[in-house]
Design a protein around this ligand. Structure first.
Ligand code: F0G
Length: 459
């Protein structure tokens, strides 16, 4: 029997959902131009498009919404946020912003410009976009083990530190604007990064005088994995682990829509460099708003202050990551391959293995995502060649190292029965997988194409 950690909460409010008929779903996905982002959420039964901003807030967070202080400057909610963040990250300076990509928009141009590169264990797509918008280039440097979806490795999100040093030598340290450690490594499958690895990356960066930035969207899930899998951390609290993780970086950008369990919000942290923080503030005011609200309402900031604390609760994290592990165990029994071991926020189905007849330029992971919608009204998304898009220099389709269909699980939203529906749908698709054909793009924008591109099924 697969262990399911029962919810450490009870349900106080519900939102009805409904399943359309198969014929209706076929019609809806066609109307959406075979792009899951084009679907109306009302037409989705189980929404696994993202774990970002889709979590259920607690009664305490909703109570916080009511007492949020909407003052333009010096608000109480802002002070509560700073206190809460200092307690977890132990940094000197924090700046709220409206979401993760806003943090990237503020921070990236401080360190990057034309001719520079950012090196990361893996850039998330908006991070890559902001590196490129700043005129620089984004280079991924994840360990080779991450590329083998079947082989077990406890920290598949790790930076390949040997290669990192080679890359720094190759580009020249003066051209490496920043090193970004993404925790957990979303694009590699929500895979954690070990403390040892973070520390080593930080040592290398210091020796070349390159600043380290943590992309902190899922830092608490990463800390949970360190506690469970890394020797010496079994008895440490999530907050103690988080403090050590952040001690190895100089700055962080964070989408608070994940581990801070809020519907909107982001945060920038600067360890102790007052000059950098002055620049962060100076850029935030015109781009996001005054420093004490940073593009958010006071009530959102209050909810973030509370959510940051709730997101570090061990029982919550055990249930949270446990849901993904439950899904993984069920799919394993069914012989369906995924990035193994299971990640923290999502299960990444290996679409290359499920649909070997669909080549990367016909988008196997997108094909599987569309099939999941047709099968059971489940919305997932492609993290593969379709998402990667075209090389900005040559215009050619990039071949992604992975073809993942991502099942991202919102926090505190779905129950064990919903997870069972997902498993049954994937089993049914596996039965007819060899009949499935890929898709082609009929229209695409220049950047971040997967959100708006139009597709057509291949005959
Ligand atoms: N960094 C990582 C690792 C992310 O996963 C995301 C967002 C961002 C930055 C940007 O944050 O959305 O608040 O602007 N990831 C979401 C996802 C969208 O579905 O994985 P944002």
């Amino acid at each position: 029997m697969t262990k399911y950690y029962a919810e450490p909460f009870k349900i106080k409010m519900v939102e009805p959902i409904k399943m359309l008929t198969r014929e209706e779903r076929i019609e809806k996905i066609k109307e959406a131009n075979y792009n899951v982002f084009g679907l109306k959420s009302d037409d989705v039964y189980i929404d696994l498009l993202t774990d970002s901003g889709t979590g259920a807030m607690s009664d305490k967070q909703w109570a916080g919404i009511m007492v949020g202080d909407e003052a333009y400057s010096g608000s109480r909610s802002y002070r509560n946020l700073i206190k809460s963040a200092q307690d977890i990250f132990d940094y000197e300076y924090f700046q709220p912003v409206h979401q993760g990509r806003a943090a990237e928009k503020v921070v990236m141009p401080i360190f990057l410009e034309k001719g520079k590169v950012a090196i990361s264990n893996m850039h998330f797509d908006t991070t890559r976009a902001h590196v490129e918008l700043a005129g620089a280039r984004a280079v991924d440097c994840v360990i080779r083990e991450a590329l083998d979806t079947v082989n077990y490795h406890p920290f598949k999100g790790n930076m390949d530190n040997e290669r990192l040093e080679k890359l720094i030598e190759e580009y020249g340290a003066e051209n490496v604007g920043m090193i970004i450690i993404t925790v957990t490594n979303n694009s590699a499958g929500g895979q954690p990064v070990s403390m040892e690895n973070i520390k080593k990356t930080s040592e290398i960066a210091k020796s070349y005088n390159i600043p380290v930035c943590i992309d902190a969207a899922r830092y608490a899930e990463n800390a949970y994995f360190i506690k469970k899998r890394e020797a010496g951390y079994e008895d440490k609290s999530i907050k103690e682990i988080a403090k050590e993780m952040f001690s190895y970086a100089d700055i962080f950008t964070m989408s608070a829509k994940k581990d801070a369990i809020i519907n909107m919000g982001g945060l920038i942290g600067v360890k102790n460099d007052a000059e950098i923080f002055e620049t962060v503030k100076a850029r935030t005011i015109p781009l996001e708003g005054f420093i004490s609200y940073g593009g958010l309402a006071g009530r959102d900031i209050e909810a973030m202050a509370i959510g940051l604390q709730e997101g570090t609760d061990f029982d919550y994290l055990q249930y949270r990551v446990g849901q993904i592990e439950y899904l993984a165990a069920k799919l394993d029994e069914a012989g369906i391959a995924f990035q193994s071991p299971a990640g923290g926020h999502a299960l990444f189905i290996d679409a290359k293995k499920m649909l070997p007849q669909v080549p990367y330029y016909e988008f196997p992971a997108q094909t599987l995502a569309l099939e999941l919608y047709i099968e059971a009204g489940i919305r997932s998304c492609d993290i593969g060649s379709y998402m990667m898009g075209n090389n900005p220099d040559t215009g050619e389709q990039i071949e992604s190292e992975f073809e993942f269909t991502r099942l991202a699980v919102p926090r505190r939203v779905y129950t064990q029965s919903h997870l069972d529906v997902i498993v049954e749908a994937l089993k049914a698709i596996k039965e007819r997988a060899s009949d499935l054909k890929g898709y082609k793009v009929t229209w695409e924008p220049a950047i971040l194409r997967h959100f708006t591109a139009k597709l057509m099924p291949l005959e």
